[in-house]
Design a protein around this ligand. Structure first.
Ligand code: NAD
Ligand code: TYD
Length: 343
């Protein structure tokens, strides 16, 4: 692994992965290939911009010619694909872009990986492909029961990766991560929306009864897990990657408010998300057997994330003050307030 193409590297998890890899290894080159959609942000990579081991290419993973050119120019031997449309609520509004990037874009990258016979193609996937898990924990061999356009598109990408492993012997690995939190997360996912709204004394729009459960993992732990699979993972295999503990959204919300010293009266129950998955839960013993483990527990992860948003107001205010964000927020949240009490 010497020349890594990090697709979607200007987004939340991808940029954290770039920081981790450049900080950890002196002998690698990282090429970020990113379309810079609303979620892509070069501010996330500003601190490595002058590093001679870092390169940036603006491009779409669906554009086979541009992908081919990047593969050749930088003599790529490893692809780590973070590029995706990633937000469930947006997938309910406009699913087409999810199918295009998360399925077709993955296919384009797999074709490039096959043509150049690279050492490794790693796909970043999600626990959401298992669908909601009301009891027990998902293991990697479970059937996929996707319920949102986002998770269905991600599952399509995963299955295409496995098909290229089986059909063409492409050296593929997949990690299925849980909900990540930490620096540089676009303020559409629940944690950055709630932290930044609370800082402005604005309502925190909590869906339904707030008792849905998610496994919130600190992004650096996720990135270390990806690196572990790149180095020690078995080809053709899937690895679940989370903390193995779940928390309700109301517990998460109250912790954020407590850490910021804000009142619980800011919690605003709103109409639930259609098809809202009640619970995700992962069994992570397979990746733990490779020697990886989390450094942050739930409270430490939320605390570190809250601190980052408090310390980096310029970063998120630039996004939230923008016209794109405000139009999205209005479309997503306006008129959904309900008066029922939450637990
Ligand atoms: P993000 O939305 O913050 O970033 C996505 C990045 O992909 C952006 O930089 C965007 O510009 C880029 N992109 C989108 N479409 C593209 C295209 N067609 N061509 C090139 N670049 C494109 O996403 P994230 O939260 O960092 O998620 C990264 C990956 O991890 C995704 O594959 C997602 O499904 C997966 N994942 C995310 C979470 C989470 O909690 N955020 C959890 C598990 C898995
Ligand atoms: P989200 O961050 O969108 O991640 P995902 O749906 O992919 O798990 O949402 C996390 C949880 O928080 C999910 O149960 C939905 C809930 N949620 C809210 O209650 N209010 C919000 O404004 C958002 C964005 C999410």
């Amino acid at each position: 692994m010497k020349n890594i193409l990090v697709t979607g590297g200007a987004g939340f998890i991808g940029s954290n992965f770039v920081h981790l890899m450049l900080g950890k290894y002196s002998d690698i080159n990282v090429v970020v290939y990113d379309k810079l959609t609303y979620a892509g942000n070069l501010d996330n990579l500003a601190s490595v911009a002058a590093d001679s081991r870092y390169h940036f290419v603006q491009g779409d993973i669906c554009d086979a010619t541009a992908v081919d050119q990047a593969m050749q120019t930088y003599d790529i031997d490893t692809i780590v694909n973070f590029a995706a449309e990633t937000h469930v609520d947006r997938s309910l509004m406009e699913p087409g872009g999810f199918i295009q990037t998360d399925v077709y874009g993955t296919f384009v990258l797999l074709e490039a990986a096959k043509k150049y016979q690279i050492e490794r193609y790693h796909q970043i996937s999600t626990d959401e492909v298992y669908g909601q898990v009301l009891e027990g924990r998902s293991v990697e061999t479970d059937r996929l029961h996707t319920r949102s356009p986002y998770s269905a598109a991600k599952a399509g990408g995963d299955l295409m990766c496995l098909a290229y492993y089986t059909s063409f012997g492409l050296p593929v690995t997949i990690t299925r991560g849980s909900n990540n939190i930490g620096p540089y997360q676009y303020p559409e996912k629940v944690v950055p929306v709630f932290i930044t709204n609370a800082l402005d004394n604005k309502p925190l729009p909590l869906y339904g009864d707030g008792l849905q459960m998610r496994d919130y993992q600190y992004v650096q732990d996720h990135c270390e897990g990806i690196n572990t699979v790149l180095r020690k993972g078995k080809l053709g295999e899937i690895y679940n990657l989370g903390t193995g503990t779940e928390t309700t959204n109301i517990t998460l919300t109250k912790l954020i408010l407590k850490l910021l010293g804000k009142p619980e009266s800011l919690i605003q129950p709103i109409t639930d998300r259609p098809g809202h998955d009640r619970r995700y839960a992962l069994d992570c013993s397979k990746i733990e057997a490779l020697g990886w483990k989390n450094k942050y527990n739930f409270e430490q992860a939320v605390e570190a994330t809250v601190k980052w948003y408090v310390d980096n107001e310029d970063w998120w205010r630039k996004i939230k003050d923008g016209r794109h964000y405000q139009a999205y927020y209005q479309r997503q949240y306006a008129g959904r307030e309900v008066s029922q009490a939450v637990a």
